[in-house]
Design a protein around this ligand. Structure first.
Ligand code: S3P
Length: 172
C-alpha cells in the first residue's frame, strides 16, 4: 500500500457498469483512501432502495439528494467519491464535483456494460431495458455531459483493474 495522501477528492463518474465501484475499491486499497459510494450512502440515509426512492419520490428528488451529498463531500479530502451514473447530468452537480477535486470519467462499450449489469436488479433505468440498443442510446444521449464534466477520461474495455487504476493515477 502506498502512502500517497491526496489533498483533494477523486470523483468517479460514468455510465452504469463503467466500473466506478470496482475502481473505488481498488484505489482505496492502493492508497488508503476513504470511499463514499453515493448510491449506498443515499440508500442508507433514506432507508430505501434506489428503485423504491425513484418509485416513491421520483428521479428529481433522488438527484437533489445527490447534489446535497456532493456539497457535503467537499469537507473531506483523500476520499474517492463514487457517483451514481446519472449524477454528472446536472450542471449543478458538476459544479459541486469540481469543488471536490479531480473528476474521472470511466467509459466502456455498450456490449461491455450489458455484460456487467445484466444480473443487477437495482438499476431502475435498466429494468426491462437490458439490451445493447437501449444502453447505446442512453449512453449517447449522455456522452456530451459526461465528457464536459470530466478532467480525465479512462477507457475500461478489456483492461484489468490494475491497469485501469495505474492509468488513472498517471493522468491525475
Ligand atoms: C443511475 C445510475 C445508478 C443509480 C440510479 C440512476 C443513472 O448508479 O444512481 O439507478 O441515472 O445512470 P450506478 O451508476 O452506480 O449504477
Amino acid at each position: 500500500q502506498s502512502r500517497k495522501l491526496f489533498s483533494y477528492n477523486i470523483v468517479l463518474i460514468g455510465f452504469m457498469g463503467a466500473g466506478k465501484s470496482t475502481v473505488s475499491e481498488y484505489l482505496s486499497a492502493m492508497f488508503a483512501m476513504d470511499v463514499v459510494e453515493m448510491d449506498q450512502e443515499i440508500v442508507a440515509r433514506e432507508e430505501m432502495s434506489i428503485p423504491d426512492i425513484f418509485d416513491t419520490y421520483g428521479e428529481e428528488y433522488f438527484r437533489n439528494l445527490e447534489t446535497k451529498l456532493l456539497i457535503e463531500m467537499q469537507e473531506r479530502k483523500n476520499t474517492i467519491v463514487s457517483c451514481g451514473g446519472g449524477a454528472a447530468l446536472r450542471a449543478e452537480n458538476v459544479k459541486e464535483m469540481k469543488k471536490n477535486g479531480r473528476v474521472v470519467l470511466l467509459t466502456a462499450h455498450p456490449e461491455t456494460i450489458l455484460e456487467r449489469v445484466k444480473d443487477s436488479e437495482d438499476r431502475p433505468l435498466l429494468n426491462g431495458n437490458k439490451n445493447v440498443e437501449f444502453i447505446d442510446n442512453l449512453m449517447e444521449s449522455r456522452r456530451e455531459k459526461y465528457e464536459a464534466a470530466a478532467d480525465i477520461v479512462v477507457h475500461t474495455d478489456k483492461k484489468d483493474i490494475n491497469t485501469i487504476c495505474e492509468e488513472i493515477i498517471q493522468k491525475l
